[in-house]
Design a protein around this ligand. Sequence first.
Ligand SMILES: CCCCCCCCC/C=C/C(=O)SCCNC(=O)CCNC(=O)[C@H](O)C(C)(C)COP(=O)(O)OP(=O)(O)OC[C@H]1O[C@@H](n2cnc3c(N)ncnc32)[C@H](O)[C@@H]1OP(=O)(O)O
Ligand SMILES: NC(=O)C1=CN([C@@H]2O[C@H](COP(=O)(O)OP(=O)(O)OC[C@H]3O[C@@H](n4cnc5c(N)ncnc54)[C@H](OP(=O)(O)O)[C@@H]3O)[C@@H](O)[C@H]2O)C=CC1
Length: 284
Amino acid sequence: MTQDVTFGLSDEALLNLPLHFNPDLFKDQVVLVSGAGSGLGKAIAIQFARLGARLAICGRRIERLEATAATIRKTGARCSVHAMTIRDAAQVEQLIDTVWQDHGRLDVLINNAGGQFPQPAIDYSVKGWNAVIDTNLNGPWYMMQQAARRWRDAGTAGSIVNIVAVIWRGMPGVAHTCAARAGVIYLSKTLAVEWAPFGVRVNCVAPGVIATEGMNVYPDEARAEFDRSNPMKRFGDVQDVSDACCYLAGPAGKFVTGEVITVDGGHQLWGEQWTAGRPDYFKV
Ligand SMILES: CCCCCCCCC/C=C/C(=O)SCCNC(=O)CCNC(=O)[C@H](O)C(C)(C)COP(=O)(O)OP(=O)(O)OC[C@H]1O[C@@H](n2cnc3c(N)ncnc32)[C@H](O)[C@@H]1OP(=O)(O)O
Ligand SMILES: NC(=O)C1=CN([C@@H]2O[C@H](COP(=O)(O)OP(=O)(O)OC[C@H]3O[C@@H](n4cnc5c(N)ncnc54)[C@H](OP(=O)(O)O)[C@@H]3O)[C@@H](O)[C@H]2O)C=CC1
């Protein structure tokens, strides 16, 4: 039985994190963040607002989105709220239309909504597999395609950042999401070339274990090991990820497309395969 633990930061703490970017970096730009009712999406949306952006946020549960929007408005930023599921292509098309109607433009799409359940792959039901592929591959694709069509038709530039995961050595226990995220990464590399003529950049951020309430879907015994999944032996925080999004979406990333920034404390390099014995540091 998974026990709830408190992960992540309060809205008040998110509003007061020291900023690592110029406070008017995204002034007057419109940023759409999916899954902004919790965790990384909420932190990303609040950070963009603190950097001058106007926000559009989406997710399935309206109450959580409204709470994020109330916090965002404390920064003085505008924020529209859109309850929908990214798994439905028609709802995604409607979302992008509404964002353009409400804000008159879109500059940045942060494809953050996602998630999975831990289970040995051999036991997946068809429904469970499809739920994870729909959430983490098809949904982000619908969002990217609809955003890009509007940018192409309006003749304006855009930037997409897809939140994926640190999949480089496989992810035992969440094979479905590993497959979906691998799909998003190579989709992004391909779209980076196809959409360069429209001025659309497509990049990914691959987090390792980050302290958010999303961690509560994992059983205690698995979670207890998560801080050992990287050589820094700790969880990352939400700002580690929101900073990577701001770098990629903003002017510092203007010559970067088709790239993946891994934000994982070295998780991708870590393992149990010691060829010359395990160093003392890692014995405890
Ligand atoms: C190397 C080190 C690596 C280390 C690896 C560590 C990874 C850590 C890094 C990543 C961390 C995070 O992502 S943290 C963020 C986590 N947040 C989340 O995952 C929240 C979002 N997740 C979800 O909403 C769900 O998991 C998801 C399945 C995607 C959507 O659920 P929905 O209920 O909306 O979907 P539905 O279409 O109704 O289908 C539900 C079906 O899914 C299956 N299903 C759902 N939960 C299930 C469960 N616990 N066990 C079995 N099966 C389940 C069943 O078949 C369900 O059907 P029925 O049986 O008929 O009901
Ligand atoms: N925390 C971590 O260590 C890591 C997280 N990630 C990824 O980062 C992203 C954010 O995760 P995190 O903040 O930790 O977890 P959360 O579970 O807190 O966030 C997931 C968000 O996605 C939204 N969402 C889920 N399904 C849908 C859907 N079908 N349509 C619209 N919105 C949806 C949820 O809102 P609602 O349920 O209301 O729709 C929720 O706000 C996810 O893609 C996650 O897999 C990747 C690697 C590591």
